[in-house]
Design a protein around this ligand. Structure first.
Ligand code: GUN
Ligand code: FE
Length: 423
């Protein structure tokens, strides 16, 4: 048996709004599976090697439940248009570049490294429609040690003619080829990815729904992000009262479905989300950058909906989930103002829970550093920040959420393996 023992100030989020902290604590894993957090080294581990990080923070690593890998080249650019125009002007031409496997390899290797170095160890990720580039993306994530789901995007209508398009038959055929070719990955698995309702014909949605049921595959897509998008969906599916029904109609709506954004979901749509156990991915940066709106995250949480966070690069402009957590908290305050102070904002412990435990739940983990979870952790060294007076572990975590520090992430573990070390 291999034992991993990490020593430092261990902080975790075992419930929404709660932080557990153990100073001079030990986070211990056996064969990559968490055994527990201890305030003293248990007798049975005496003599085992301890990685001592001194006073540094030992934190859960992040789960980014929504991002677009082929938009990484445009990160931080082109956010001056609303969603539908933005897709045509910026996103589609950028994704079209991934027809070239060499380009895909170079970009995806960098992206996978950057995710690992920033402590994002679980993802739900969109690729582009290109099968070969999608397989390259999966290889590079696997190589870097990032785990989770990747989807070849399906989009057989309203795409970008001549540069980024597939017809229905091609989309079906390539999806099957992709699924055949990605069976040997250990940590990165396929997820069905109809881009969004406007980009998928009824025939394609029907195919994907049946395929998902047949092969027990999860599904990711976009929902009620933008008003113009929702009007368009209504025109395309006059038989559906609400956007979510266009997914439900084809069997794409269940407890393993992940829906990004959900900015404009009303009470009825939220009820459908909760009843089906769909996971909502809140993408605060993207929603602000594309002027989509401010999602009612607090209300969704109060209603018992599963909510996690996504960077949504490159609608979102930050890959680091520290920034994404901070953006979510800020967005919740903007929403509070919008709601005439009738809704609460997210506290820092709540934001932290959403970026870590809530996303990890989608992968079957219990919240916090629960025994039995695979070890997903990072070490954060905040010693470069001023230390004017002693701070509590919670204050230190809060400051690290708000203050970006270069090279502060010192080491990262993903599914029990050490995948990054600053040394
Ligand atoms: N809806 C459909 N495609 C996209 C995309 O690439 N980004 C965002 N933010 N929304 C979408
Ligand atoms: Fe998106």
């Amino acid at each position: 048996m291999s034992v991993t023992i990490l020593k430092g100030t261990v902080i975790s989020a075992p419930a929404l709004g709660r932080l557990d902290a153990t100073e001079n604590g030990y986070l211990i894993a056996e064969d990559g599976v968490i055994a527990g957090v201890f305030s003293a080294l248990p007798e049975r581990y005496a003599g085992a090697p301890v990685e001592d990080f001194g006073d540094a923070l030992i934190l859960q690593s992040f789960a980014d439940l929504h991002l677009h890998a082929p938009q990484y080249p445009m990160l931080g650019m082109g956010m001056d248009l609303p969603l539908l125009d933005w897709l045509n002007a910026y996103a589609f031409p950028t994704e079209a570049r991934f027809a070239d496997p060499d380009y895909a390899r170079e970009i995806y290797r960098k992206l996978a490294r950057e995710l690992a170095e920033n402590g994002t160890t679980r993802v739900c990720m969109f690729s582009s429609l290109h099968t070969d580039a999608t397989l390259i993306l999966m290889e590079e994530l696997e190589r870097a040690g990032v785990t989770g789901y990747v989807g070849k995007v399906n989009m057989d209508r309203n795409a970008a003619p001549g540069i980024l398009e597939e017809d229905t038959e091609e989309s079906r055929r390539e999806t099957l080829r992709w699924l055949e070719s990605c069976q040997d990955f250990r940590y990165v698995k396929p997820i069905l990815t109809p881009r969004f309702t406007p980009a998928c014909s009824d025939e394609l949605m029907d195919f994907l729904g049946k395929l998902g049921a047949e092969r027990n595959l999860p599904v990711q897509s976009h929902l009620s992000e933008n008003r113009a998008e929702m009007d368009w969906v209504r025109q395309l599916h006059p038989d559906c009262g609400q956007y979510w029904e266009t997914y439900a109609k084809y069997g794409l709506w269940n407890g393993r479905t992940v829906m990004a954004h959900c900015v404009w979901c009303d009470e009825r749509e939220r009820q459908a989300i909760r009843d089906a156990g769909v996971t909502v991915v809140h993408c605060a940066d993207s929603n602000q950058n594309l002027c989509s709106g401010t999602a009612p995250v607090r209300v969704m949480l109060n209603e018992g909906i599963k909510v996690a966070l996504g960077s949504d690069i490159a609608g979102g402009d930050h890959l680091s989930m520290f920034d994404v957590v901070a953006a979510s908290i800020r967005a919740s305050k903007a929403r509070r103002i919008q709601d005439d102070w009738q809704t609460d904002f997210l506290t820092v412990p709540e934001g932290w829970y959403l970026g870590t435990s809530a996303g990890a739940a989608y992968f079957g983990e219990a919240p916090g550093f629960a025994p039995g979870n695979p070890l997903h952790a990072l070490v954060l060294d905040d010693s470069a920040l001023p230390q004017p007076h002693p701070l509590t572990p919670s204050e230190r975590l809060e400051r690290c959420v708000y203050r970006r520090q270069k090279d502060a992430v010192r080491a990262v573990w993903s599914a029990g393996r050490k995948i990054f070390s600053a040394e």
